[in-house]
Design a protein around this ligand. Sequence first.
Ligand SMILES: N[C@@H](CCC(=O)N[C@@H](CS)C(=O)NCC(=O)O)C(=O)O
Length: 271
Amino acid sequence: MLTLYHFVQSTCSIKVRLLLAEKKLTWQNKMLASSDHHHLSDWYLKLNPNGVVPTLLDENLPIFESTSILEYLEDKYTQTTFRPYDHYLRSQMRAFLVFVDVWPTPAVRIPSFQFGGLLKKFSAMSDKKFFNLINKRPLKADFYLSFDKNTGFKQQQIFDSFAVISRTVKRMDEMLKKFGGPWLMGDDYTLADMAVLPLIDRMQDLGLDELWIKQYPTISKWLHDAQKRPASRQSYVQGSRLSEQFPDIVRGPGSLSAWTDNYFKDRKAKL
Ligand SMILES: N[C@@H](CCC(=O)N[C@@H](CS)C(=O)NCC(=O)O)C(=O)O
């Protein structure tokens, strides 16, 4: 029996939900609310010492780190496969999975917190509670110390995160051209697509899609095709998109174009 501990809106959790749905696996739904902070309680830290979601339980064995969960499901549940057969292509796909974990995954957190309605939650919290919760975080304390709980991130931190997303869509555009599309590794939809889809979807939902619209039309087409897969629709349950949770703050495609325009001007002036 598979059990998934996750948050509805967490991009790393959606990544795992996508593969579970693509593989048509049944699983027990243990949805936690990020605001309850159960992911920082002793019982959860025994399952996932990093104090983050997602965690998959297979029978009683806890598996954590979303990319490692994807590979586990691929290794164990082989009815349908989402990795290339060719060893070289498989290595290319894995290189992209590492890239996604190292670069865009942390970068997308910055606009998600800044523009995604989360600051409202933190500014309503007392300083004491906020810093107490930071102290409990095994891995992410430094991230929470890198912004002001009332005003968020500095403009330069936000622009730096946009630069990483620009680098990501450039890399994806190169892959779509090199392997011929329609998916990142070519004909077949793979873990590479599922790893990055929640991040690009998040950027679009926040209103930052102008980072790629003009320069990389390939990304818009890829995103549209990936979003309309039945497994994607199934995985994006109500509340997965921040515009559904905070409709007065998160306004969807194009809505933060003033920010992307300023970012492009800043980049042009520097390079
Ligand atoms: N590298 C981890 C990252 C997991 C992660 O950062 N999860 C976020 C949600 S997307 C989380 O649990 N955040 C809780 C917190 O910030 O306290 C993975 O891929 O599983």
